[in-house]
Design a protein around this ligand. Structure first.
Ligand SMILES: [Zn+2]
Length: 106
């Protein structure tokens, strides 16, 4: 299990088990909004296996499930990279959440 800066929240929401850490949370009225980010990121281009250059981030909504009795939306900030290998056909790629979710389980 990964240790994070927000161990209580990660323990309650069990985000550490899936390789994420909570970065923010808010009461959004009808639901609780939780922002999270991967603890470890794989920057390797899936096309050529070279490391990518950080380009920006996108937000993915992974789940809409009850936490402590309230509907909860988990928003994960995922980095996107640019492949700097001119010989590679892939120019932009995002860190794989499947990899994060797989390697986060222990
Ligand atoms: Zn590449």
């Amino acid at each position: 299990m990964h240790t994070t800066g927000n161990l209580v929240a990660d323990t309650i929401c069990r985000t550490a088990e899936i390789g994420l850490t909570i970065t923010d949370a808010a009461d959004a009225g009808l639901f609780t909004a939780i922002d999270a980010a991967p603890v470890a990121v794989d920057d390797q281009c899936p096309g050529c296996k070279h490391p990518g250059v950080l380009r920006d981030h996108v937000t993915r909504q992974l789940a809409d499930l009850p936490v402590v009795g309230f509907p909860t939306r988990l928003h994960v900030r995922v980095p996107r990279f640019t492949c700097a290998n001119d010989a590679c056909g892939r120019k932009i790629f995002q860190a794989s959440l499947a990899h994060v979710l797989t390697t986060g389980r222990n």
